[in-house]
Design a protein around this ligand. Sequence first.
Ligand code: FES
Length: 104
Amino acid sequence: MKIASRFQASPESGAVQFQYDGETLTAPAGIPLAAALLAHSGGFSRQTAGGHDRTAFCMMGVCFDCLVEVDGIPNTQACMTPVRGGMVVRRQIGLRRLKGGSDV
Ligand code: FES
């Protein structure tokens, strides 16, 4: 049984451009956003509340070290989000509120 890798873009998917902290990046459409960010620089994609740098680690939705802001939505798991053209991605610095959470 052959299983399609989530880390390979199909040949017909083509390249797309998206914004990352104001910089224009190019990546194959449909690959995980975390893979595109790792391929770009490998640098941190978020900082913890204590100021520690983090980037994608597990690549399977478990560790939450890949959280970024995508199109204004914080706490987005980059490893579970396919790259698409025109998306606006920002590093996530510090804590973000949970939707519907307390303001305290
Ligand atoms: S890299 Fe672990 S949850 Fe995304």
